[in-house]
Design a protein. Structure first.
Length: 86
């Protein structure tokens, strides 16, 4: 016996919301490119107000040895425009 259609629709919406919540908690390790859960990251580092998450201590150590290799440069002119509405 199947659940009434309205229950199936709401169940589907709930699953999509859960996937969106999970996606917010996932990020990419800048060193190896692995997708990781931000809450389970082995290490984190903040550079230029950007938080980076790492899958392992070894990826974190590689990052610390040469952060500029992994940090994406920020465009200061677009950052300025965003803050001041230019």
């Amino acid at each position: 016996m199947h659940a009434p259609r309205h229950q199936r629709v709401f169940k589907g919406i709930g699953n999509r919301l859960k996937r969106k919540e999970l996606a917010k908690k996932r990020t990419t390790d800048p060193v190896c490119g692995m997708q990781i859960d931000t809450e389970k990251a082995a290490a984190t580092e903040v550079v230029h107000e950007q938080t980076y998450h790492f899958c392992s201590a070894s990826c974190h150590e590689k990052f610390l040895a040469n952060p500029s290799q992994y940090v994406k440069p920020q465009d200061s002119s677009s950052e300025h425009a965003r803050h001041h509405g230019c």
